[in-house]
Design a protein around this ligand. Structure first.
Ligand code: DGJ
Length: 464
């Protein structure tokens, strides 16, 4: 009896044990099933949200000219047979053809006209007889101002002055002897100053002159003509009613690595140069400023020898940085930042660091401008593979919201001519936010929740 009861107790116990084990297993399985269903459901919701915002954009982009902007345009480069290296080099076994980027950088390259078409064959602007191509952009060709001179506003940015409903384009106005790519020796850069152009339509640009001039005699001055002034950007401060310019200030060897600040009562200057500094005590090279909808402005700069971007808010008068700063895209070696915002999301296009040589652009997105910033991938679409891997042979500098078309922007980039920086070209192309991002994201374990950023190649195009 007792044996039986003991064994039945044991059976009861082991049965109970098995029963509770099964219960635990099924509870865990059930828990995961429910969690999976919830995640699927919310993912579906996200996708729906994305689709509906895309549909929204499709509605906005239904204009026939907008449709044209997102047409994928292929472009074959008509290249002669690849050149071999010089006789001295070709004595060696390796007779590799010269890579296209090297051809691009070589001012004596026989295919240079493909990258830098001459003023005779390829200039556009209001003083040219454009036939029915008036107001078309021709990326890479020479863009003339209203006086028929090539526009000089490199590494530039745009200010939309609401008071006068006028656009101002500020950029590096360069001059001097032939420049050298600094891989071959120190750059010979004579600063002339910051050039300013005004326009009502973003195509017809009137030269407003040098709004911040170089210093001719005082060699210790930041703006002495032998120094470097790059990537000037201007924002308007509603409280002080001043136009504030931020720029990269450096010596000819790029060791000063500072930002400079200048101020003016008028968008067309003259700007008064205030000072330069290393923001937050760090080296600062390529930079931009971004003014948010709430009036807070931010400085974004490549730092720690270009290995990381720093972002921090400016003081209320926009004349200095505050102590707040975040390190973003750490170790990613990005420069040439261009920031823009759409539907409460911040976007940024940057380049890799290869001097004046073009390289592959990357787009990033963030819910807060202070980060984290997530990688979306290469935004370039169309053209050809070489174009896409070199940002259409150019480097980002600014992104302008396209008036009246939410989600559509103009991507502004510089096609640097290291042999003569004055002759650097502008590559302006339509940038559209929409459609799911095409790359798994660093911080998201589900499908991407950001929209894609796409820059469409067009050999010619115009605004809607
Ligand atoms: C790349 C930067 O983006 C430019 O503004 C300029 O600083 C060059 N490097 C100098 O090599």
């Amino acid at each position: 009896m007792s044996g039986n009861s003991a064994s039945s107790g044991l059976r009861g116990f082991s049965g109970g044990y098995r029963y509770s084990l099964l219960t635990i297993v099924w509870t865990v399985v059930g828990f995961f099933l429910v969690a999976h269903l919830i995640s699927l459901y919310s993912r579906k919701d996200n996708i729906h949200q994305q689709v509906s915002s895309d549909q929204l954009q499709v509605v906005h982009h239904d204009h026939p000219v907008v449709h044209e902007l997102v047409r994928v345009e292929e472009e074959s480069l008509r290249l002669p047979p690849p050149r071999k290296r010089s006789p001295r080099t070709s004595k060696r076994r390796s007779r590799k053809p010269i890579p296209l980027v090297e051809e691009f950088l070589d001012e004596k390259s026989p295919i240079r006209h493909l990258f830098f078409p001459s003023v005779k064959t390829a200039a556009f602007g209001p003083t040219k007889d454009m036939g029915n191509e008036t107001s078309y952009y021709f990326p890479g060709k020479i863009w003339m101002d209203t006086e028929g001179n090539p526009i000089q506003a490199h590494g530039g940015g745009i200010l939309h002055d609401e008071k006068s409903n006028t656009y101002y384009w500020y950029g590096e106005y360069k001059d001097g002897p032939t420049y050298r790519a600094h891989r071959k020796g120190p750059a010979r850069v004579d600063i002339i100053g910051v050039g300013c152009y005004s326009s009502k339509d973003l195509w017809t640009w009137k030269n407003e002159g040098i709004v911040l001039g170089a210093e001719e005699t005082n060699k210790t001055h930041d703006l002495h003509k032998s120094n470097v002034l790059e990537r000037p950007k201007v924002i308007y401060n509603e409280k002080t009613e001043k136009y504030v310019m931020w720029m990269h200030i450096d010596d000819a060897n790029y060791t000063k690595a500072s930002v400079g600040v200048a101020i003016s009562d008028s968008p067309t200057g003259p700007f008064e140069y205030l000072y330069s500094k290393r923001p937050h005590g760090f080296d600062s090279r390529d930079m931009t400023v971004f003014k948010d909808d709430d009036g807070v402005a931010y400085l974004i700069y490549s730092s720690e020898v270009n290995s990381v971007l720093h972002i921090g808010p400016l003081t209320e008068d926009y004349l200095d940085v505050t102590p707040v700063m975040k390190r973003v895209m750490v170790g990613q070696h990005r420069e040439a930042p261009a920031i823009f915002k759409h539907q409460n999301t911040y976007y940024m296009v940057t380049s890799w660091c290869t001097g004046w040589a073009p390289n592959e652009a990357l787009a990033h997105a963030a819910a807060s401008i202070m980060g984290p910033w997530e990688k979306l991938g290469n935004p370039c679409i169309g053209g050809n593979k070489f174009f896409r891997l070199t940002t259409f042979l150019a480097q980002s500098t600014y992104v302008i919201p396209l008036p009246g078309v939410p989600g559509a922007f103009i991507f502004m980039a510089d096609r640097w001519n290291p042999a003569d920086l004055r002759d650097s070209r502008y590559v302006w192309l339509p940038l559209i936010i929409g459609g799911p991002a095409d790359q798994p994201l660093e911080f998201s374990f589900s499908f991407p929740t950001w929209s894609r950023v796409s820059i469409y190649w067009h050999s010619k195009w115009r605004l809607p």
